[in-house]
Design a protein around this ligand. Structure first.
Ligand SMILES: [Fe+2]
Length: 402
């Protein structure tokens, strides 16, 4: 029975792969370097924009992170409305309240300044700004009918990669689940990876988001949709993250390391935008929706547990990643090199304060968490190897056992 189901999932993945080829592939213009957020702002001004709708969160707004951009826009008589009500794992009401304010102010461009939550909320606000569709109506693959407002993105964390992907995740608070929305209409027009805005990021958020980017790159490299281009993006991202994440964690004001980590996150985003992710995300999404544990942090803890499962069958790919981070694999078998790579991930976890287990998981929820994780993975993600429900439950038990 399980083998028949796996065959069915593989057929779905092939159909989605063919459908994906019909989707127009666009990519935002990417500005990099110190104060590149101002270069992006000049582009917004040159577009003859009249009224910018900035989507951010209250903490960043209070810290004055939007100030430089707002001052430059004001100098050029471009009006600004700031919507700073984005919360972690943004809900439908966060998006709907933003849309209502945007319509009232009649804005003509959306600019996200913040982490993954602000970017995802901004994507939804931009695409539904003047549309009759609802969030539930566009949840899933390619359901957005109309082009939205132009969207620009200034990420302040290095992890989500959302600045270069066509996906957004919105939390359905009623059902304690997350809705994935995927459409090329959500792709940003331009993005700025400005390390100056990232240097104040707390060490814990740096670690969590850095591991999110690492998970994107690893899941992209192990994906059945991987190709030569996504492989190159993924391996470059993995190499950069292993090198720069400890520096960014210990010396947050190192601008060169911040810039490199931002690029790594962007490369990982470009990779998984084409390959999608895998079981780490599928499991982490359910834990995040149920217990509100941060996305990057949850991925970080789940990652080595899923890689242990992938090891048999994906040893060659894991060995490639070992080589990419500088492990001398010359006298090792593929399995040994793969094991070294998983060990290096555990060492990186320890270096940046990521624990081995998640104490939020309750035993009574394990069955339903596993069921939802497998449902998400098997209908969306081209995983290299398929999990049985009992294996997924075992992983979740391992994750909550100190
Ligand atoms: Fe992620």
């Amino acid at each position: 029975m399980f083998y028949l189901k796996v065959l069915f999932y593989k057929v779905i993945m092939q159909v989605l792969k063919l459908a994906g080829k019909l989707v127009p592939q666009t990519q935002p213009f990417i500005f990099t370097g110190g104060y590149s957020s101002l270069a992006l702002t000049k582009l917004i001004i040159d577009q003859d924009t009249k009224h910018v709708f900035i989507v951010t969160d209250a903490v960043l707004n209070k810290l004055g992170i939007t100030k430089g951009v707002c001052n430059l826009l004001a100098e050029h008589q471009v009006k600004v409305t700031i919507y700073d009500q984005v919360t972690p794992d943004p809900s439908e009401s966060v998006v709907n309240n933003g849309i209502a304010l945007l319509r009232k102010q009649q804005c003509d461009l959306v600019l996200a300044i913040g982490g993954g939550s602000s970017i995802d909320a901004a994507k939804m606000i931009a695409v539904l700004a003047y549309s009759k569709q609802t969030i539930k109506g566009v949840a899933g693959l390619l359901k957005i009918r109309k082009e939205g407002l132009p969207l620009c993105v200034i990420p302040t964390t290095s992890g989500t990669g959302s600045e270069v992907t066509m996906a957004a995740v919105i939390t359905d608070t009623e059902n304690q689940s997350k809705s994935l929305v995927v459409s090329p209409k959500m792709m940003a027009m331009a993005t700025a990876l400005d390390p100056v805005l990232m240097q104040g990021m707390p060490a814990k958020i740096t670690a969590d988001t850095g591991f999110d980017a690492l998970t994107h790159a690893i899941e992209a490299y192990l994906s059945k949709y991987a190709n030569a281009q996504t492989d190159q993006f993924a391996l470059t991202a993995i190499k950069l993250i292993f090198k720069q994440l400890p520096t960014c964690y210990h010396q947050g004001d190192d601008l060169a390391a911040r810039q490199a980590l931002a690029l790594a996150s962007c490369y990982a985003g470009l990779a998984f935008n084409k390959t999608n992710v895998g079981y780490v995300h599928a499991i982490a999404h359910q834990i995040g929706a149920k217990y509100h544990s941060p996305h990057g942090f949850t991925n970080a803890v789940v990652l080595p547990v899923v890689l242990d499962f992938y090891l048999k069958g994906s040893e060659e790919r894991l060995a490639d990643m070992a080589k990419a981070i500088g492990i001398d694999t010359n006298n090792l078998t593929s399995v040994q090199a793969a094991e070294q790579f998983i060990l290096a991930i555990k060492e990186l976890q320890a270096e940046v304060g990521i624990p081995k287990t998640l104490n939020c998981i309750e035993e009574k929820d394990i069955k339903s968490l596993a069921k939802s994780a497998l449902k998400e993975a098997h209908y969306f993600y081209p995983v290299p190897k398929y999990l049985r429900p009992s294996q997924c439950e075992k992983m979740l038990t391992q994750l909550c056992t100190p």
